[in-house]
Ligand binder design. Structure first.
Ligand code: ATP
Ligand code: MG
Length: 403
């Protein structure tokens, strides 16, 4: 007997009162999007759980994709059978037999939601347990700490059996908390910041600043690969690549060296904010962590943040580098981030950037240049790429060809 469905438990979203319906329908939509290359899948959702009916699809593949969908507390492959004791015995035997190895113990745990079912809980545990024991040689019962725990749920519409329970990604379904722009560099931190923001249900669009010929195509490709990796958690990520060379060179020529980093960050933030507003985002996300580098002191944040009132989310602010690396390894962005291709900031970073910049000073230095025009030009020339989980890439230019 094969598992024919997967039971998904919601967790945190099931406590969301009146918004619950919105959360559950978004979760359902996100699961379908992650499985959209599997045409025979269907989903039955109810108040506190949903069932993915596998149809003809590969259950293992579905299980592995569910791992990265936010809003799922836990999930179990399940067999549904008709409500009679013979069917239950047979299904339980098949499940245990599949997982059994010498020396393993088991237990039957029944929950009887449908009180009209003619057998009592203990009676079901006993009958099914004895049947399984009789038919698998060497198997033993252990009610305290079994290797195989067969959960049986007697419900109105049928009986569900499961043995395995996988931990979900938790958090909130992607897209239930509005949209934010992630300032995505090629480094270790910002992809992790994006992931943690997505975990709270925020849809992410990424903004990357690229300075050819100082930064290579490979550096750009690295950022595309990072954004692509993040699609696993949301189905889709839009990536805006901003040509930043002219602005960086102007800063380099016009601003005193120890303030170039502060000014560069301010320009990046101004541009990200315009792109945010055009795309109806509500916040900006960065990978800043307090004290990590010169730009990440509170004085520096004050001077940089001066250019906008938009909320800036810094999910890594209190984390140590090792904690951040640990997450980046879990979400598979680490191996991409550590590729050596240069970032625009690395190239233009002065040997001694100011760790306590004054916003009045940087405002003064910037006042000699018409940055507004340069910013508008950079926004106009921004290339937008839409990345989907199935790794198909469609760029602006391709859309233009179609129109
Ligand atoms: P990361 O590992 O994310 O690159 P970092 O430790 O190198 O961070 P900084 O270089 O000070 O720190 O950058 C701080 C934040 O500014 C980054 O986390 C990112 O959000 C943003 N940022 C830096 N460079 C770029 C860039 N080229 N494009 C877009 N955002 C950037
Ligand atoms: Mg960096």
């Amino acid at each position: 007997m094969k598992y024919n469905r997967i039971l998904v438990r919601y967790g945190e979203i099931s406590t969301k009162g009146r918004n619950r319906k919105m959360f559950t329908s978004k979760l359902r939509e996100n699961i379908l999007a992650a499985l959209r290359d599997m045409p025979t899948i269907s989903i039955n959702a109810s108040r506190d759980r949903l069932h993915i009916l596998l149809g003809e699809e590969d259950g293992q593949e579905v299980l592995s994709r569910l791992q990265s969908i936010f809003g799922i507390q836990s999930y179990s492959p399940v067999v549904k059978v008709e409500k009679n004791i013979e069917n239950i015995c047979m299904a339980a035997y098949n499940l245990v037999n599949k997982l059994y190895e010498e020396g393993k113990t088991f237990k039957i745990s029944t929950r009887r939601a449908d009180k009209t079912f003619p057998h009592q809980t203990n009676d079901i545990n006993y009958q099914v347990g004895s049947y399984v024991l009789r038919n698998i040689e060497g198997l033993k019962v252990d009610v305290k700490n079994p290797d195989i725990n067969v959960n049986i749920e007697i419900r109105k519409e049928g009986v569900y059996l499961s043995c395995e329970n996988f931990e979900g990604a938790k958090g909130m379904p992607a897209g239930t908390s509005g949209k934010a722009m992630l300032m995505l560099s090629g480094g270790i931190d910002s992809p992790v910041a994006g992931y943690l923001t997505m975990k709270r249900g925020v849809e992410i669009e990424a903004v990357h600043f690229h300075s050819p010929p100082f930064t290579s195509d490979r550096a750009k490709q690295k950022v595309i690969d990072l954004a692509q990796t993040l699609t696993k958690y949301s189905g889709k990520v839009k990536l805006h690549i901003v040509p930043f060379t002219k602005i960086q060179q102007t800063i380099h020529d016009q601003v005193p060296e120890n303030y170039t980093m502060t000014s560069t960050r301010r320009m990046m933030l101004r541009i990200s904010d315009i792109i945010r507003s055009k795309n109806e985002g509500l916040a900006i996300v960065t990978g800043e962590s307090l004290g990590q580098v010169a730009s990440q002191t509170l004085e520096s944040m004050l001077a940089i943040n001066d250019v906008t009132n938009t909320p800036i989310l810094r999910p890594l602010i209190s984390m140590d580098k090792l904690e951040i690396i640990d997450i980046s390894q879990k979400i598979n962005t680490h191996e991409i981030s550590i590729l050596p291709y240069e970032d625009c900031c690395t190239i233009f970073t002065p040997p001694a950037p100011k760790t306590r910049p004054k916003k009045e000073k940087v405002q003064y230095y910037e006042s000699f240049v018409d940055f507004q025009t340069l910013i508008e030009q950079a926004v106009d020339e921004t290339e937008t790429i839409v990345l989907n989980v199935a790794s198909t890439v469609a760029s602006n230019d391709e859309f233009d060809d179609l129109l």
